[in-house]
Design a binder for this molecule. Structure first.
Ligand code: OGA
Ligand code: MN
Length: 291
């Protein structure tokens, strides 16, 4: 029986601070009514997991496009793009192609905590990651809820943080790789990037959340470096505390959708000899992050 009505959407919360599984859907067959229900569930849970999908690149693009205009995949660490003719598809993979070059980004190492591309003035609002091939173990992706983390901070700390801005470094990606065309630097005070409010209001739900980007080369505007580092470390400890985190163990065919405005994610390393192939799209932001 096709699922064609909002009331038929089954949403199973992960039990963690973020995330819900939405089983029993074929994302190749989503109508407007069903999409409205999916969108609402996404705003509620920030991370949605759709297990058991069978998506061609075109299917992933079509579903992703319902969330808004898509970004073109950023240039890979070695400067090439990923899928000929489909600029919206970005490959996250450790697999080497026939030419000995990686077919995708991030390798097999750990990807440290981050929200996607926050070094831009207007970062993407959502990312969708589809598991085509997964290793037997390792490569889990973890999501941290930034509403929950913000709410868990003491009122005195919240008062101290309101009004501060953080420089979101654009030098390195989450795998620690230098972004294409960037001069390496490890001084957060003059690294390229964008200043964003440390506490942002979600443009659709109106809820406040910590907006941290990534720890490496982060700097609180105007603050003496040592003090900035100490304060950031304190905030990051809360932001990544296990009580705010959902750990996703991938199944082949999982599509995971996350909200970059109120979550961060990281990835466990995995055996470099194993294959992990993920296809990914990214939805453009509608506004810069705002307090
Ligand atoms: C990403 C990302 C993590 C993963 O695609 O933005 O951080 O699990 N991927 O591959
Ligand atoms: Mn990411």
């Amino acid at each position: 029986m096709p699922l064609d009505h909002a009331s038929q959407l089954r949403v199973v919360p992960t039990g963690a601070a973020v995330g819900a599984s939405v089983p029993g859907l074929d994302l190749r067959q989503v109508n407007d009514t069903l999409f409205t229900a999916i969108y609402e569930a996404w705003l509620t849970h920030s991370v949605l997991i759709f297990p058991g999908q069978r998506l061609a690149h075109e299917d992933l693009i079509a579903f992703s496009r319902r969330f808004g205009e898509l970004d073109h995949a950023p240039v890979q660490e070695n400067g090439r793009r990923f899928v000929e003719g489909l600029p919206e598809i970005y490959i996250v993979s450790n697999v080497l192609g026939p030419d000995g070059q990686p077919i995708g980004s991030l390798g097999a190492g750990e990807a440290s905590w981050h929200t996607d591309m926050s070094y831009l003035p207007q970062p993407p609002k959502a990312s969708l990651l589809y598991a085509a091939e997964i290793p037997h173990e390792g490569g889990d992706t973890w999501f941290a809820g930034m509403h929950a983390a913000w709410q868990a901070l003491p009122a005195s700390m919240q008062a101290r943080l309101r009004g501060l801005r953080v420089n979101h470094d654009g030098t390195y990606n989450s795998g620690g790789f230098l972004r294409a065309g960037v001069v390496p630097t490890d001084d957060p005070r003059d690294s390229p990037g964008t200043l964003h409010p440390l506490v942002c209001r979600h443009p659709e739900t109106g809820r406040e959340a910590l907006y941290l980007g990534r720890r490496r080369n982060a700097w609180i505007e105007g603050m003496e470096l040592g003090k900035s580092d100490a304060l950031l470390d304190e905030i990051w400890a809360e932001a990544t505390a296990s009580r705010h985190v959902y750990r996703h163990r991938w199944g082949k065919g999982d599509l995971v959708l996350w909200d970059n405005r109120n979550t961060m994610h990281r990835r466990d390393p995995f055996d470099p000899a194993a294959r992990r192939v993920m296809y990914r799209t990214q939805v453009k932001g509608s506004a810069p992050p705002m307090a």
